[in-house]
Write a protein that binds this ligand. Structure first.
Ligand SMILES: [Zn+2]
Length: 208
């Protein structure tokens, strides 16, 4: 087996480090990239560097943004009394694409996964608690994925926030079961996401 020239081998190796890219796909992409014009190659490389340099997390909702607070948190038209809690910014994007949610968001930046050592302190739960404590919130919609970790995270949040929610008269809801169990929000159609939001139900674990 002949080996690639060093720059090509390095490109293939780097591409392989991306999620979902195996050896064959990395090679196919690499051979495509070789055919780019110099300008196209520079544009692509710059786009990668720019997202690293210019994107940060909104300090309110932890969405990716160029400016802090992000455009959603700054938007006077959004209903700041309803917070939709999602795992990742890409879930937020899915809800935004569906276009039916007019409130604001909170990105946890993950889900609880005790076996992988991911605990509450690794998520943005403290920041969410502070947002509720600050007041003016009427509803927190738990929109974590309907899989094992997402459900576990929703139940943890419900229990964790129960007393504070009761004190502040905040309703805690969970998106409806329209989202197939085990599905990932980012892959669910806009119509189903809209139904799931519309049909959201109280999620109080019988504590009220
Ligand atoms: Zn924000």
């Amino acid at each position: 087996m002949t080996s690639y020239p060093e720059p090509l081998a390095r490109l293939v190796e780097n591409l392989k480090s991306l999620p979902g890219i195996g050896n064959r796909t990395a090679e196919r992409l690499a051979f495509h990239l070789i055919k780019l014009s110099e300008q196209e190659a520079v544009d692509l490389a710059r786009a990668i560097v720019d997202v690293k340099k210019n994107l940060t997390h909104c300090k309110t909702c932890f969405n990716f943004t160029e400016v802090d607070p992000c455009p959603i948190c700054r938007d006077a038209q959004r209903d700041k009394t309803v917070i939709c809690v999602v795992e990742q910014p890409k879930d937020l994007m899915a809800f935004e694409k569906a276009g039916s949610f007019k409130g604001v968001y909170h990105c946890l930046l993950g889900h609880l996964a005790p076996l992988e050592g991911i605990g509450p302190e690794d998520l943005t739960i403290a920041a969410l608690t502070r947002r509720i404590e600050a007041g003016g919130i009427k509803e927190v919609v738990l929109a974590t994925n309907p899989d094992l970790e997402g459900e576990g995270t929703a139940v943890y949040l419900r229990d964790q926030l129960a007393d504070l929610a009761a004190k502040k008269a905040v309703r805690i809801t969970r998106i409806a079961r329209g989202v197939p169990a085990g599905a990932e929000i980012e892959n669910v159609s806009s119509a189903i996401l809209t139904d799931a939001l519309t049909g959201r139900q109280n999620f109080d674990g019988g504590r009220r």
